[in-house]
Design a protein. Structure first.
Lengths: 213, 237
């Protein structure tokens, strides 16, 4: 199975619902080691995305990803804006004008997203950021083969584990880094939201697949 | 000197807080009446954060033809500023600088007011850290260095009204910037490197007072001569 613009849009709608449902959790996580704005910033950005998906339905997977990027950049208001904005922008250029994405194309988009996040935020694995969720997700996606759904599920599983791996870490990037040792024993909110988004995409792809059978 | 009406480098101060951005812009603009210093802070709904569209707007608003130096408070403000610059038609017109926000904004504003170009205004902001005037007695290493390299020194009367305030300090710094000389200005117990406009201003040397100029290096004599000449002209006030 491949993923068309329609599939990307349904995955994005699922992501909006997940972000709204987890708004308070992300606020709480960010309050523990940051400024507490991540949940509300994500909710604001993805709510804006929902209305733009309705008003400007994208024609290709790439234009859908680009719509996410421009919406988040202009509405999020915190670090997640430039970071996710750059991630989706790079994912969009990675898929180009393709009308449907297979597994390797999705893996390529994820690789582009990771490269964008690293270029923008200069974080490495172990810094206690979204990079800790996204890096293993990309590796798993690239090893998962041709099936688009399998690639997304592998990425989501690896991102969950990667996000969990941030708990014992001492933050070296972002607002949490000001806390030094006190940032340990907390789940990083950015890694958590990355894992949530990838899980939402994987779940949406799986349910689309079931519906087509 | 360049003509007064030549466009000056503008400044954009990006902060998570509207109040912080405005306060810093106010402080910096006080020293630089002809420099556009635009604050961008907070989200459109009045919360804390940085707004990409507002930063893009400020970049254009602060550019009177000589480019814009962008200063920021915390990491995500930097990322927002960098995104805005990357998306501009001509990214080379803008420089996002890593500088202490308050000191950097003041130093950049003073440099811009003095007619410095984009690169030099950016350097003034970046160099604003750790350049505060030091008590002469607290810097023995530096003084002994001057001794071994045979310093040239001279006492200079500040016969202008404002002393080593923003513009005269900027002029002095520029006068010796291109020379191969390490120049220190001493006022009372404090001394400042002539490479730092902010440090010179921080001496607080008033009009009518006098300072000691100590230069070392190949062009030491020329540096002292130029500063003497500048002081004799009353810093062109
Ligand atoms: Mg935050």
């Amino acid at each position: 199975m491949t993923c068309t613009a329609e599939g990307v849009v349904s995955a994005l709608r699922a992501a909006v619902a997940v972000v709204i449902a987890h708004r308070d959790e992300l606020v709480r996580l960010d309050r523990e080691i940051g400024d507490g704005d991540h949940g509300e910033n994500m909710r604001r950005g993805f709510t804006a995305l929902l209305s733009r998906l309705d008003s400007e339905p994208p024609a290709t997977p790439g234009s859908a990803l680009k719509l996410v990027a421009t919406t988040l950049i202009s509405t999020v208001g915190g670090a997640a804006g430039p970071l996710y904005g750059t991630a989706f922008l790079r994912a969009a250029s990675a898929v180009g004008d393709a009308t449907a994405l297979d597994g390797p194309a999705v893996a390529k988009a994820l690789r582009g997203a990771l490269d964008g996040v690293v270029a923008r935020g200069k974080a490495e694995v172990g810094d206690k950021t979204m990079v800790d969720a996204l890096t293993p997700a990309v590796a798993a996606a690239e090893a998962a083969g041709d099936d688009m759904v399998a690639v997304l599920v592998a990425a989501a599983d690896a991102a969950d584990a990667g996000a969990e791996s941030t708990v014992p870490l001492v933050a070296r990037k972002g607002r949490a880094s000001y806390l030094g040792e006190r940032s340990a024993d907390h789940l990083d909110p950015g890694a958590r939201s990355t894992a949530l988004l990838l899980r939402a995409f994987a779940d949406a792809a799986q349910s689309d697949e079931r519906a087509q059978r | 000197m360049r003509p007064v009406d030549e466009p000056k480098v503008g400044l954009v101060v990006v902060s998570h807080s509207e109040m912080l951005a405005s306060g810093i812009a106010e402080l910096a603009a006080q020293m630089a009446p002809h420099v556009a210093v635009l604050p961008v802070g907070g989200t459109p709904d009045g919360g804390l954060g940085t707004d990409y569209e507002s930063v893009c707007g400020a970049l254009v608003g602060a550019d009177s033809g000589a480019g814009v130096v962008v200063l920021y408070d915390l990491g995500s403000a930097k990322m927002t500023a960098e995104m805005a610059v990357e998306s501009a038609d001509d990214a080379a017109r803008y420089a996002v600088v890593d500088a202490p926000l308050v000191e950097g904004a003041v130093a950049a504003a003073v440099a811009a007011q003095g007619g410095a170009r984009l690169r030099d205004v950016a350097a003034a902001a970046e160099g604003a850290s750790g350049e505060a005037p030091v008590r002469a007695s607290a810097a023995p290493a530096r003084r002994s260095l001057h001794l071994v390299t045979d310093p040239v020194s001279v006492e200079i009367e500040l016969n202008n009204d404002v002393g080593l305030h923003a513009r005269p300090a900027a002029l002095l710094a520029r006068t010796v910037a291109e020379l191969d000389a390490d120049v220190v200005v001493r006022y009372g117990e404090s001394e400042a490197s002539a490479a730092s406009v902010l440090a010179l201003m921080g001496l607080g040397a008033p009009g009518g007072g006098s300072v000691e100029v100590i230069a070392t290096g190949k062009d030491a004599r020329e540096a002292v001569r130029r500063i003497e000449e500048l002081a004799e002209r009353g810093f062109d006030d």
